[in-house]
Write a protein that binds this ligand. Sequence first.
Ligand SMILES: C[S@@+](CC[C@H](N)C(=O)[O-])C[C@H]1O[C@@H](n2cnc3c(N)ncnc32)[C@H](O)[C@@H]1O
Length: 408
Amino acid sequence: MDEFLIERLGHQGDGIAEGPVFVPRSLPGERVSGVRNGDRLSDVKIVEPSDQRVAPLCRHFKSCGGCQLQHAAEPFVAEYKQQIVKSALDAHGIETEFRPIVTSPVQSRRRATFAVRRTKKGALWGFHARGSDTVVAVPDCQLVLPELLTVDALMNDLARIGGSRKGEMAVNVTLSEVGLDIFVTGGKPLDNELTLGLSGIVEAHKLARLTWDDEVIGMRNPPFQKFGVGKVAPPPGSFLQATVHGQAALTAAVMEAVSGEKGVDLFSGCGTFTLPLAAHYEMIALESEKPMIAALDRGWREAKGLKKVEAVARDLFRRPFLPDELAKLDFAVLDPPRAGAEAQVAELAKSDIAQIAYVSCNPVTFARDAKVLITAGYTLDWVQVVDQFRWSSHVELAAKLSRPHMQR
Ligand SMILES: C[S@@+](CC[C@H](N)C(=O)[O-])C[C@H]1O[C@@H](n2cnc3c(N)ncnc32)[C@H](O)[C@@H]1O
């Protein structure tokens, strides 16, 4: 057994000792022992614990790989996440005001993908153990909404009818306003018999919708989510903010960052921000996925009291929204995937848009893009870190950038 002192927490949530040696589930200042395999320590024993160490809330934490940071006190995790964003900005010499982090409550994730294996008795379902393909049952998971854990009979039926003994299915469960929306991949290929059996499951379990690979098997009700006064049924498997709480925090930050009469929502998805914004402003929504744009458009048409929304499918990496198109708008909202929005930000920098609300799930690409905007004359007014992935190392944020309206 070797002994190590943990110096810091890495961006994946592992403690890091000199070497570097990565030590899962350890904290800075802790003295640990274990067996070194290359740059990792296994069979870890905490010799001297940190005063930031707490007892994990979930009884599955030890065996389940779903959470990384349940052993750390909440203020410590909050500071760790803020610090990840600060150091990404520091790397570009950017300073700004940081608002207090907003963290989603325990048991609030509205979507989870469970690993499901068919067994002799029915199904073993849950999350993978850390760094392994072993499935750990998690009936008392503290991360997800309790409704997501009421699916034992459903998982048994899905595995019995559509699972093979060899493979593993990924069953994505989302709580919608009208029941569970289920999206399965990795099961048997669809044929008539399987389709018939799965249709029976939709009725027996009163599912809002069941999708098998890309095929919708049955939809008793469109599984809608509320975006402001709008109700939108996202296409199967498409992006959705992880918690209602996180969605509300990001929406509030976006709403605060913008003003005027008309704006554009870039990388709009199904309209998480477009529809709340449309209560006050005319909006253009741009997003590459046609089915998401169609869902947004339907949600807008069916809602009452919203201003005009023009929803258009467009690949913003290849065809960013241009300064001419931005000319008559007051603000832009931007919520790109992890890669960030390099091409789009280059065009924003050339435009005379006065306000930008930037929502990001990757502090590194956010900082890169913010630097381009700051160089073009914008100020980064504030950053709001939003943690809807509690107990993980994942970080999200909303930020406001502004500059005086430029005369062209
Ligand atoms: C982080 S999600 C945000 C979606 C939405 N703002 C929300 O909060 O629900 C990023 C969105 O960008 C879309 N996207 C990815 N690549 C894109 C591209 N090249 N052009 C336009 N949209 C893209 C994805 O389909 C996804 O809906």
